[in-house]
Ligand binder design. Structure first.
Ligand code: ASP
Ligand code: MG
Length: 412
């Protein structure tokens, strides 16, 4: 039997009505002759509520108990979904992570899936079960404790099951009807993509397009799981949504696939640090140890043996970064005149695998921004991405202008 994985996010199971709707979709696939593994999230808002309860009970909580509490939302939807399917005369049962078992590391609240032995579930399919409903987001550690995979982790559960069971596809039902060239809320010309390559999706996901958990895309790319993102609120068809797939499965595409942005950026500059071997490590080691997530880095040309070092990090880590730098200064490891934090910046990026074979994308991007009078503060590039840091007040303008200039409203 061809096996399909279908994942329903929190908004798709938010009420009993929506669970019924989702179950009908599952029924359609069963009728086509598929065995189905359904992965469910908690009803929308439920996980936030559970996290709040833990925070209120114990500010410095034991992560094992945090996981025991926050994983419970998915248990409820898994049971309700199985019951709904049974009401429709579809043989179904629910599985919690430990029952499968979904074996994970012991990194509570951020566990990684290590192994999903398919034996237990396959045996039930052999006995006539048509649908296995699995609680997403959770697993079991080697110590036998319940773990969770980090927020948004049900996407990763779904992809991991698709890989472990060699599914023909993994359909992710969510509240948007696919992956867009950019955020339709800030650019009305944004277009839904029919297909996008894993690597592009990975860049877009990590750049702040919150459609899929980044880890799930990494996993899909590694195991070549065809992922389809589609809305559970619209009519189903085989062309619905966006297929995230291998670049070989995409015939024609634009050089630039999408424009991503992130508001949550800060730029920090250490003014006048001694330019000597080891200075970068003396700065970035303590930042790493303090848990600061450094993204872009620029070192200026030095004058008279001194230079400026600039980096970006999430806005809520600025205080931590400042503290780490002050500590490094007072211990004599580094020496600088001043540290300047600019919290009014945003990152805008263009992404596309076409950049590997096309030149001039960066030049065009910079020209577009220049024409709009937008000053670029920091630039970084990778093989398939160019990112700039700009004043946050120009972010929407930059996204719209780039979307126009690269003609993303037209299919490639
Ligand atoms: N319920 C979890 C969360 O809200 C996991 C998920 O829905 O993917 O993060
Ligand atoms: Mg999600």
């Amino acid at each position: 039997m061809p096996l399909l994985v279908m994942k329903f996010g929190g908004t798709s199971v938010a009420t009993l009505d929506r669970i019924r709707r989702a179950a009908k979709r599952v029924g359609v696939e069963v009728a086509k002759g598929h065995d189905v593994i359904v992965i469910v999230s908690a009803m929308s808002g439920e996980t936030n509520k559970l996290v709040g309860l833990v925070d209120e009970t114990s500010p410095l909580y034991d992560a094992r108990e945090y996981d025991a509490v926050v994983s419970s939302g998915e248990n409820v939807t898994a049971g309700l979904m199985a019951l709904t399917l049974q009401e429709m005369d579809i043989p179904a049962r629910s599985w919690q992570g430990w029952q499968v078992p979904v074996r994970t590391t012991s990194a509570h609240a951020a566990a990684r899936i290590e192994e999903i032995p398919p034996g237990n579930i396959m045996a039930k399919f052999g006995e006539g079960m048509k649908v296995a409903v699995v609680a997403g987001f959770q697993g079991v550690s080697p110590e036998g404790r319940i773990t969770t995979l980090g927020r948004g982790g049900s996407d990763t559960t779904a992809v991991a099951f698709a890989a472990a069971f060699d599914a023909i596809r993994c359909d992710i039902y969510t509240d948007v009807d696919g992956v867009y060239t950019t955020d339709p809320r800030i650019c009305e010309k944004a277009r839904k993509l029919d297909r996008i390559a894993f690597e592009e999706m990975l860049e877009l996901a990590s750049l702040g397009a919150k459609v899929l958990q980044t880890r799930s895309v990494e996993l899909a790319m590694r195991y070549k799981v065809r992922l389809r993102v589609l809305s559970s609120f619209e009519e189903q068809s085989d062309e619905a949504g966006t297929l995230v797939c291998d670049e070989e499965d995409i015939m024609e595409s634009n050089v630039v696939a999408g424009v991503a942005y992130s508001r949550d950026e800060a730029k920090m500059t250490l003014v006048s640090v001694a330019d000597r071997p080891g200075i970068a490590s003396a700065i970035f080691m303590p930042l790493a140890e303090a848990g600061v997530n450094v993204d872009m880095i620029v070192q200026n040309i030095s004058e008279e043996g001194r230079t400026d070092m600039t980096f970006s990090c999430p806005t809520n880590q600025v205080a931590r970064a400042e503290k780490a730098m002050e500590a490094a200064k007072s211990s004599g490891d580094i020496n600088y005149h001043d540290v300047i934090a600019d919290q009014n910046v945003a990152k805008v990026s263009v992404v596309g695998i076409g950049m590997r074979s096309h030149t001039g994308v960066a030049a065009k991007m910079f020209q577009v921004l220049a024409n709009e009078g937008i000053n670029i503060k920091v630039i970084t590039t990778s093989e398939i991405k160019i990112s700039v840091l700009i004043d946050r007040k120009y972010m929407e303008l930059a996204v719209q202008a780039l979307h126009d200039a690269f003609e993303l409203e037209k299919a490639g």
